[in-house]
Design a protein around this ligand. Sequence first.
Ligand SMILES: Cc1cc2nc3c(=O)[nH]c(=O)nc-3n(C[C@H](O)[C@H](O)[C@H](O)COP(=O)(O)OP(=O)(O)OC[C@H]3O[C@@H](n4cnc5c(N)ncnc54)[C@H](O)[C@@H]3O)c2cc1C
Length: 429
Amino acid sequence: MTWKNWAGNQKANPIKVHRPQCESDIVAVVGYATALRQRVKVVGSGHSFTAIAVAPDHLVEMTRYNKVIGLDADRLEVTVESGIVISDLNEFLADAGFAMPNLGDVTYQTISGALSTSTHGTGSLRTGLAAQITAFRLVVASGDVLQCSADENPEVFHCGRVGLGALGILSSITLRIVPAFRLHAIEEPMRVDTLLTNLDKHVSENDFFEFYWIPHTGWALTKRNNVTDKPADPPARFRTWVNKMLLENIAFGALCYVGRLMPFLIPRLSKALPSSGRTEYVNASHRIFASKRLVRFYEMEYSIRRDAVVEALNRVRRMVDDCGFLLNFPVEVRFTAGDDIPLSTGSGRDNAYIAVHVFKGMKYEPYFREVEAIMSDYEGRPHWGKIHFKTAESLEPLYPEWKRYIEVRNRLDPEGVFTNDYLRRVLGR
Ligand SMILES: Cc1cc2nc3c(=O)[nH]c(=O)nc-3n(C[C@H](O)[C@H](O)[C@H](O)COP(=O)(O)OP(=O)(O)OC[C@H]3O[C@@H](n4cnc5c(N)ncnc54)[C@H](O)[C@@H]3O)c2cc1C
């Protein structure tokens, strides 16, 4: 079997594929592989652009270990099997009157894949997803199953909330949830210079603020989402289809194809993007946070100190002009609050995120390397699931609790049962 990730830039040819249905199946896979001195890698939905999920020997797919185990309405917690896809979890929670406090911009990922790479959304007072974990069970290289929380195996819990898949296999996961809420969404283009002048105000005055600067134009598309008591008022189905499917996927995809064939047209094609106008509606939070993404691309995303975002983005804008890159994908900018997780991109500081994209099949490396060089001037930490060129040596100084994580990994997986080439590069073995 050849496995490929969503973007098609990573492949694996594992010796064997395993599809566990219960925790003891996971323990058996780990025991089988370690007896043969082979390596094991779980793959979620394959939505990482890096080789983080590439399985050198045994590939474990959690498609049969993907159910909700229980919901505790009093404690505001849900416990799930680690292979559950986030969109399924959202539907379950919505039916029960609950929601995740924040989400990324798609929900195709498994919860364990998203947590393992420090997946995040936006919201200056909201953390990434991993900070919602209150407990998990971890199958480690010895075959033991560790119950981890702030009280049990607290050191493994502390480090394993963003584990990069390197500490063991997450079995069940308990997450903090909130009562279901609705968002009032306003999406509209703004001049990017005006937006950047008032950026602090936008970020602090909106619960969830993000924007996309469109290269080769002076425009940005903004999204302002605020918690509201107003009743749901989603656009009619046809209008939703026109906005979310036709404009954001089909028409945008067509522009990308034309741009790939005739790159010199890209600056002119880009002018079509900001003309989408203003939309305003109210809907359940999970329906607003996430969208469908049918156009495939490669992505790099850096988290940097929040106070550096205007300077960093302006440098990216100048660099694109100076280098003459022709880019048909917007640059996305988001914000989150800091957390206390050693390898989280939000570890110990409030963050801004700058994400750059290139249409599938087009050359990304020269552009991404230039962006990475800029982000490195602002203590930039790469998203673990998105393309970057850093190694353990350059990553270690960026994370105050790096050594703490490495000590836990050395203890739990001394032989590297869960490692692969990507982890060797970013963790040093
Ligand atoms: C279209 C698109 C949109 C995206 N949007 C966002 C976004 O808004 N915000 C953001 O932060 N990121 C975003 N991402 C990145 C994505 O969230 C991460 O790459 C995420 O890790 C993908 O989850 P997955 O289920 O596909 O995991 P995979 O990519 O398959 O795996 C990721 C890692 O998780 C490990 N893993 C999976 N399951 C387990 C388990 N049970 N135990 C231990 N380790 C495990 C894997 O071994 C691997 O190391 C996006 C990616 C795409 C393609």
